[in-house]
Design a protein around this ligand. Structure first.
Ligand SMILES: [Cu+2]
Length: 289
């Protein structure tokens, strides 16, 4: 009877526990836990490290809670010590202030070190690629200033090369996120934000807008295709030869709210990215106090 009651009461915890246990088996459903580049990997290590340090506190506290509730329960014949005059314990105070201070200190130091490193390119001996990204309603425009080509809703990058994404928005603010390559960064009207990412291996990496922007938001997905340098070069040449240029009129068309497929352009209006950033400087979302 007692045992049955115990299981009835702890049912939500058991279900939650099983849920976590089974989910842990399918990594591919959690791209953040399957990083494919140095940025994603160091963020993954930060996640694991934080989870372990948090568990150091949470697990013993929950175990002690269960023990206390059981040990000191109101029950005839319970011989647990009863000490109503007990006031304090220097030893316990030291333990429950000392451990958290230590953990917050270590976690803070590690987090600051890791995240500040991500402001710089992940590797320094390879010349980086720059891609300018404009988030629109409801599509992503990628521009390659060195190659002078542009794409919509997909971009190719060479494997093993650090890529500097420079982000802005010509629509509501959004957030640029390629979970397997690294954390998200905001794209905001009137601002240019930098995000370093790198793919170690050839592969197709899914990306999406991580900030709700209205009706077509669910379609703001894009692909980051990491390819060997030679195929990347061939791809650029191919686009230069076969794709139409993006004109100013074409951009105005693209800017109109709507969803889009993958598109490629052999050229784009010079200075488009900077014009978009400057034009939106008076946008309310870029006001500074
Ligand atoms: Cu901002």
């Amino acid at each position: 009877m007692k045992l049955r009651k115990f299981f009835m009461r702890s049912k939500p915890f058991l279900v939650a526990g099983l849920f976590v246990f089974f989910l842990a088996g399918c990594r591919s459903q959690f791209p953040v836990l399957d990083p494919q580049g140095p940025v994603g990997k160091s963020e993954y290590q930060l996640i694991v490290f934080s989870a372990i340090l948090i568990a150091v506190i949470v697990v013993p506290v929950l175990l002690i809670l269960v023990y206390i509730v059981y040990r000191y329960r109101a029950h005839l014949g319970n011989n647990a010590p009863y000490t109503p005059e007990w006031a304090d314990s220097k030893l316990l105070e030291t333990v429950w202030w000392g451990i958290p201070i230590l953990i917050v200190g270590v976690l803070g130091w590690y987090t600051v070190n890791t995240t500040f490193l991500l402001v710089k390119p992940p590797v320094k001996d390879v010349k980086p690629l720059t891609i300018q990204v404009i988030s629109l309603d409801w599509k992503w425009l990628f521009q390659y200033p060195d190659q002078q080509i542009a794409t919509v809703n997909y971009c190719e990058i060479p494997e093993g090369m650090p890529v500097q994404f420079v982000l802005t928005s010509d629509a509501p603010m959004n957030s640029f996120w390629v979970p397997q390559l690294g954390g998200q960064e905001y794209s905001m009207p009137g601002m240019a934000m930098r995000l370093w990412l790198q793919a170690d291996k050839t592969g197709d990496y899914a990306g999406s807008g991580a900030n709700f922007t209205g009706r077509g938001f669910a379609h703001m997905r894009f692909q980051v295709l990491a390819r060997p340098q030679s195929s990347f070069n061939a791809w650029v040449d191919q686009i230069k030869k076969t794709s139409p240029p993006l004109t100013q009129a074409g951009y105005q068309q693209l800017k109109k709210p709507g969803v889009a497929d993958h598109m490629s352009y052999s050229a784009y209006p010079p200075g488009l990215f900077n014009d978009v950033v400057n034009k939106n400087r008076n946008h309310p979302s870029s006001w500074r106090r």
